[in-house]
Design a protein around this ligand. Structure first.
Ligand code: 4AD
Ligand code: MG
Length: 430
């Protein structure tokens, strides 16, 4: 007997195969019985005719409940009407477990209920499709950097210092010392870039943000490249190439999932470089011309970002924000000392910021002044300052938030559906 998976069944037309999975649904009509089997790789329709199946199998069918686990044997048939293009003529069903009454039924459920059942909700077709797209995006991130000679150098999760400001830190005790969960691998990435040239890190990051919005998780995944000898313009080029690559990869390999999610593929198809590049100053002007009461120096809110991105049908790069609103490590723009050599990438269609980054302060005395200005403790940055003592070079990098990217590419409005088990301000279960 050939043991196979639903997504490989096309190789076995006319042959008898065995598939292990779960009952998605079933129905009967006269002497016919239909079931849909789910095995993690896809859905498969099985048909059973009373006279072809053994007695035990036929009566077992009637006892099967949604999500019961089973092994099904049958002959593969090509059938253009069946979802997936194949159908199984069932000969035998072996029961593994009869499932108790499954809490998630095809009827509508509220968000709180689904979130409480996230461990089961993952089996539903839309959630399944989103996480397949996430998997594709993560593989594409790794491929993109490896193909270009970047080295993966992971950053620690426990850190003695903050990187993105001290207000959103998760504090923990580390054998009697104060420690924090990392907000970004960037500072360690800078050390790695001085050792390997071009590097990236990819891992979970944490922000104790009290924000109860659809764009904030307290635990999210970030992929962060860091490049020695890159300036801001080089970094914008890389960000543009990277996003184009991710979107085109998903379009190529996960089209079926995007269609299931009712995503507008034409809009994604337009995501090819070059992207519009707009300075912060010009962005402020665009907002003011639209009658928005926006003061120079403020950070853009979600509504402002949507107004700006709606002007274009591609991601946009906004560069050179006011220095005072940004993290301590940003390099001052030599042309205008009020500005930082930084960039954000905003996704189109109002999905907001997906990338933040820029050029780093590479001069020792300037960096020391910035640490002082931000009232950060020198002690924990001794190692970081060393990077400016021993062969300091211009360097830059950025971080891309995986969940915000998944939300945009899948067309989901809330980040809670873009990570297997979301951690939110008011949720740590399941
Ligand atoms: O703009 P951020 O804060 O940049 C940094 O952390 C830099 N140190 C990265 C670097 O240069 N290496 O965060 C980068 C990205 C954001 O653009 C967004 O996509 C995501 O991380 N992000 C979040 N995603 C989900 N929930 C949150 N609370 C997020 N905060 C940031
Ligand atoms: Mg940012």
């Amino acid at each position: 007997m050939i043991q196979t998976y639903i997504n490989e069944i096309g190789q076995y037309v006319g042959k008898e195969v065995s598939i292990k999975g779960w009952l998605y649904n079933k129905r009967s009509s006269g002497k016919l019985r239909f079931l849909t089997l789910r095995d993690g790789t896809g859905l498969l329709q099985g048909v059973m005719f009373k006279d072809d199946a053994d007695e035990g199998t036929f009566s077992l069918f009637d006892r099967l409940t949604q999500e019961s686990s089973l092994k099904v044997n049958g002959v593969v048939r090509q059938d253009h009407r069946a979802p997936g293009g194949y159908e199984l003529a069932i000969r035998r069903i072996e029961l593994i477990q009869i499932a108790e009454e499954y809490p998630i039924s095809p009827k509508e459920h509220g968000t709180a209920f689904l979130m409480d059942h996230r461990h089961l909700w993952l089996r539903s077709s839309k959630q399944h499709a989103i996480l397949l797209v996430r998997d594709e995006i993560i593989s594409a991130c790794r491929d993109f950097f490896h193909e270009r000679g970047f080295v993966l150098v992971d950053a620690p999760i426990f850190t003695p210092n903050a990187s993105e400001g001290t207000t959103a830190l998760f504090e923990t005790e580390y054998f009697g010392e104060q420690a924090y969960l990392t907000q970004s691998g960037q500072l360690y990435n800078e050390a790695a870039a001085m050792a390997f040239g071009r590097v990236y890190c990819f891992g979970p990051t944490f922000r104790a943000e009290k924000a109860k919005t659809r764009r904030h998780l307290t635990e999210f995944w970030m992929v962060e490249p860091e490049m020695a000898f890159y300036d801001l313009a080089d970094t914008m080029d890389l960000a543009e190439d990277f996003i184009t690559y991710l979107v085109q990869r998903v379009l190529k390999n996960k089209e079926k999932e995007l269609i299931l999610l009712e995503r507008d593929l034409e809009k994604l198809g337009k995501v090819v470089k070059p992207f519009p590049r707009i300075s912060y100053d010009d962005s402020v002007q665009i907002l003011q011309e639209k009658g928005i009461d926006f003061k120079w120096g403020e950070d853009f809110g979600a509504a402002d970002e949507t107004i700006l991105s709606n002007e274009f049908d591609k991601p946009i790069i906004i560069h050179r924000y006011p220095l005072k609103s940004k993290a301590f490590y940003m390099k001052t723009d030599p042309q205008n000392h009020q500005l930082a050599l930084c960039l954000d990438v905003l996704a189109p269609e109002g999905y907001g910021e997906i990338i933040g980054g820029g050029q780093r302060e590479d001069k020792l005395d300037e960096l020391e002044k910035k640490i002082k200005k931000h009232k950060l403790p020198f002690e924990v940055f001794k190692w970081y300052l060393d990077l400016r003592r021993y062969g300091s070079v211009p360097h830059a990098g950025f971080g891309l938030g995986i969940e915000r990217t998944v939300a945009w590419i899948c067309g989901r409005s809330h980040l809670r559906e873009t990570i297997p088990f979301p951690r939110l301000l008011s949720r740590i279960y399941p």
